[in-house]
Design a protein around this ligand. Structure first.
Ligand SMILES: Nc1ncnc2c1ncn2[C@@H]1O[C@H](COP(=O)(O)OP(=O)(O)O)[C@@H](O)[C@H]1O
Ligand SMILES: [Mg+2]
Length: 361
């Protein structure tokens, strides 16, 4: 039997749920190599281990270590919730992942894939090149002024502005403009001193100067700007799907519904009724959406699982992918065929589907 190991933050629920799934499968206890150690002492799993790389997120010290490794100023530390140095953190993640790879373990998720998925412009380009439906995107913009000019040139009144290396809706703005009027809906808070904080309350800014201040603060770390895709919904809520594709199987799906344009569940949004969504879409549109998710996974064929954020268009006749997450398999309590996402990953390893699924017709 292979020896599993996890690189992650030990308190992270994804880590403990994976360990629990391994215990259910009768496997030996799965050791965790904390990101903190990877970044300080360089301790990583060695040859002969099969390694799950988990998110370095949700740990302020690890965030700081990543930023510094990626060239960020060691003297500057983020306050709780502060959006800071996302480009440096991404660069640091690249270096940290190289250390993990150098340890010689067999990786369940490939370094290059993790880095692509956590770089929204790059991931968008990879998906578009593979024929995956994605919202139209603007060429890079480096300021609010450039953003407005590019939106006008494209004839767009509405856009989603996303930090290139963000996650969990942090720094995301749903922007609607009309002449001098602006409305930005976001979970980002602009502090009096100009710093940005991500929190769980979604708010609206309609003062152009404040919207410009937010965008200009985020822009140096890179922005990804997409056309606002009109999402389907019911009962005054919009929705999208989180689809976890494991070894090519889009087996775990949750509906995320929201009264705001952001559906991320940690913002207090509710899981929706899957059967109702499936019925509204119809079997043909549903099957096409699931095929798209599999096609996304095929862009990352040596990675065991990917988590796709999939939007249906308001008329249900079309769909598009908002993003792909490398660390998006935390769907507690969601069972498919009696298996949670972690059971499904282990099953794909045990029965050999992981190594061979890309060869399937
Ligand atoms: N182009 C778009 N049009 C409409 N909604 C979008 C678009 N892109 C993202 N969203 C919504 O915004 C939220 C966050 O976007 P996402 O790209 O998944 O970034 P994050 O990494 O912050 O989760 C999701 O609810 C998603 O449905
Ligand atoms: Mg998302």
């Amino acid at each position: 039997m292979t020896h599993l190991a996890v690189v992650g933050n030990p308190a992270n629920r994804r880590v403990t749920l994976f360990q629990a799934a391994a215990a259910r499968a009768g496997r030996p206890a799965v050791p965790v190599y904390p990101w903190r150690d990877v970044l300080t002492s360089g301790r990583v799993p060695g040859p002969g281990t099969v390694v799950r790389i988990d998110s370095p997120g949700e740990d302020a010290d690890v965030d700081q270590l990543l930023r510094v490794l990626g060239g960020g100023d060691p003297a500057v530390r983020a306050e709780h919730g502060e959006i800071l140095g996302t480009a440096a953190a991404h660069a640091g993640l690249g270096r940290a992942l190289d250390r993990v790879a150098a340890g010689g373990g067999e990786l369940l998720n490939q370094i290059a894939d993790i880095l692509t998925m956590s770089d929204k412009p790059r991931c968008h380009a990879v998906l578009a090149a593979a024929g995956v439906p994605v919202p139209a995107a603007l060429a890079p913009v480096n300021s609010y002024e450039a953003l407005r000019a590019a939106m006008s040139a494209a004839g767009w009144g509405r856009a989603f502005v996303k930090p290139a290396h963000g996650s969990s809706a942090s720094g995301v703005l749903a922007l609607a403009v009309s002449g001098r009027q602006v409305r930005a809906t976001t979970s980002t808070e602009l502090a009096a001193d100009g710093r940005l904080f991500n929190n769980r309350r979604v708010r609206c800014y309609d003062d152009p100067e404040r919207v410009a201040a937010i965008v200009d603060r985020l822009a140096p770390d890179g922005l990804h700007v997409e056309r606002w895709y009109p999402k389907a919904g019911f009962d005054n809520r919009v929705l999208d799907l989180r689809v976890v594709v494991t070894a090519g199987d889009p087996g775990h799906v949750v509906v995320r519904t929201s009264r705001s344009p952001m559906t991320n569940l940690h913002l207090g949004n509710a899981r929706g009724d899957l059967a109702r969504v499936r019925a509204a879409a119809g079997e043909r549109a549903w099957a096409a959406a699931m095929r798209t998710c599999v096609r996304v996974a095929r862009c990352f064929p040596r990675t065991l699982h990917v988590a796709v954020d999939l939007m249906f268009r308001a008329d249900w006749n079309d769909h598009a992918v908002a993003e792909v997450n490398a660390f998006g398999d935390l769907l507690p309590g969601l069972l498919a065929g009696g298996r949670d996402t972690y059971d499904a990953q282990l099953a794909a390893l045990t029965d050999g589907r992981f190594r061979h699924w890309t060869d399937a017709p």
